[in-house]
Design a protein around this ligand. Structure first.
Ligand code: FES
Length: 148
């Protein structure tokens, strides 16, 4: 039995658990590998297109390989006017990558989004699911330091 098959078995191969199943897969791989989505489709007896439509609908899921730590900087208008771009620049400089890229050791993925829906506490940075409001450029070093 493959790893995916045992995972599906844990959820009794029930399509209603697809979100949890995809979450488990992403937790293991940090993204949703194509071949695993094929197995999910076969195992749950639902069309691959349906699996993909769920995987792309929720932005917690990624179809592209991601690093162990995901850092998302909000660059929406409210965060932008409070200096979000210089925060992005500082992450890029310290990690040696551009936004939307992974570090070569796959430790970090840097991402940016247009609004996280909490403009009042901007600029906002989300690091491994944790929201940091009132983020400043000087906080970049501290946040990266905590990951090591
Ligand atoms: S613009 Fe950044 S949270 Fe809305």
């Amino acid at each position: 039995m493959t790893k995916t098959e045992s995972l599906l078995k844990k959820y009794n191969n029930k399509p209603n658990y697809i979100i949890q199943i995809l979450q488990d897969i992403q937790e293991e791989h940090n993204y949703l590998p194509k071949e695993v989505l094929h197995e999910v489709s076969r195992g749950l007896h639902i069309p691959l297109s349906k699996v993909y439509s769920i995987a792309t609908f929720y932005n917690i899921f990624s179809l592209k390989p991601r690093g162990k730590h995901l850092i998302t900087v909000c660059v929406g208008t409210a965060c932008h006017v409070r200096g979000a771009q210089s925060i992005v620049n500082e992450f890029e400089r310290r990690l040696g990558i551009k936004s939307k890229e992974n570090t070569p050791d796959m430790e970090y993925t840097l991402d940016s989004v247009n609004c996280l829906g909490c403009c009042a506490i901007g600029p906002v940075v989300v690091s491994d699911g944790k929201f940091h409001g009132g983020f400043k450029t000087k906080d970049v070093e501290k946040l990266l330091g905590e990951k090591h």
